[in-house]
Design a protein around this ligand. Structure first.
Ligand SMILES: [Ca+2]
Length: 294
């Protein structure tokens, strides 16, 4: 059975790898790329998503989502990690494709049939659906989130970037009925992939290698995407997760309680890194063959 998949994304280095992985994987049928502000501003994440859709030679629709977090604090972008253009300076030809509106595209896709959503940026768009279009949000079959951590953070000592960028949105999503799976920093930071695992041979692997920047890199988003393709790559446990929104110092921290009698999500606790690397290599190599066939 092919999973209909929407990617909610802020490309973003690891977002780009995730999008390539989705494009190369027959287990998922990519329905939409929907953008959000995060690693870089939404105008740039949207331009990057559209350019990546062109690169993978796909007619997948692209929509532009939220320009900032629910509570109006301007997001801290991550240009130090992802570069000013979000793709470590890799220049893709500008796309001229039509850009849709996020809520319209969510409604259109989810009301035609349920779909899985891989949310690999801040959760602003998903929170907006939960709040303003609950009948649409309820048609999300499975929500897989790259976000949070059972241990430490990567923006502050406690907070992971996607949750920190919009804690109120993350709290809203976790308090909904969606029962997401959280692929957090505690496992993604172990999912190290670099040039030795995925050597550059063609269009997709060359882009991936540019994004690796010559070293092993933590595959936050592509691991979340890989989980939608093969859930056996990650061991999960039910937990109750609460997002810290009030305390200024630990804002964005995910408090994870594996012993709660009322879990609100599944949390990734172990990852098979070797099999994940093999999946990434085989799929990006297949995408090379597909894109470079001409
Ligand atoms: Ca991302």
């Amino acid at each position: 059975v092919t999973t209909r998949l929407i990617i909610d994304t802020d490309p973003g280095i690891d977002d780009a790898v995730a999008i390539l992985l989705a494009a190369a994987s027959p287990e998922v049928s990519l329905q939409a790329l929907i953008t959000v502000a995060g690693n870089v501003p939404v105008t740039q994440t949207t331009a990057n998503a559209a350019a990546l859709a062109d690169l993978i030679d796909s007619d997948v629709p692209v929509a532009r989502g939220a320009a900032g977090p629910l509570c109006g604090r301007p997001g801290p972008h991550a240009t130090a990690v992802h570069g000013q253009n979000g793709l470590a300076g890799y220049t893709l030809p500008a796309s001229h494709r039509n850009i849709l509106e996020a809520n319209d595209l969510y409604r259109q896709i989810l009301h035609s049939a349920p779909a899985t959503v891989a949310a690999i940026g801040p959760l602003t768009n998903i929170a907006n659906l939960v709040t303003h279009a609950p009948s649409t949000a309820n048609r999300i079959e499975h929500l897989v989130i790259m976000g949070g951590s059972t241990t430490h953070g990567n923006v502050t000592a406690d907070a992971e970037f996607n949750i920190y960028a919009d804690p109120e949105a993350a709290a809203c999503v976790l308090n909904s009925q969606l029962y997401p799976t959280l692929i957090g920093l505690n496992i993604t930071e172990r999912a190290l992939v670099g040039p030795s695992h995925v050597p550059a041979r063609g269009t997709a692997t060359e882009l991936a290698n540019h994004l690796f920047q010559g070293r092993n890199t933590q595959q936050h988003d592509s691991l979340a995407l890989a989980y939608t393709i093969d859930p056996s790559l990650v061991k999960t446990l039910p937990a109750r997760v609460r997002v810290e929104c009030d305390d200024e110092r630990s804002r964005g921290k995910t408090h994870v309680d594996f012993h709660s009698p009322s879990p609100n999500c599944l949390v990734g606790v172990e990852v098979d890194v070797v099999r994940f690397r093999e999946l990434l290599l085989s799929r990006l190599a297949a995408l090379d063959a597909q894109l470079d066939r001409t």
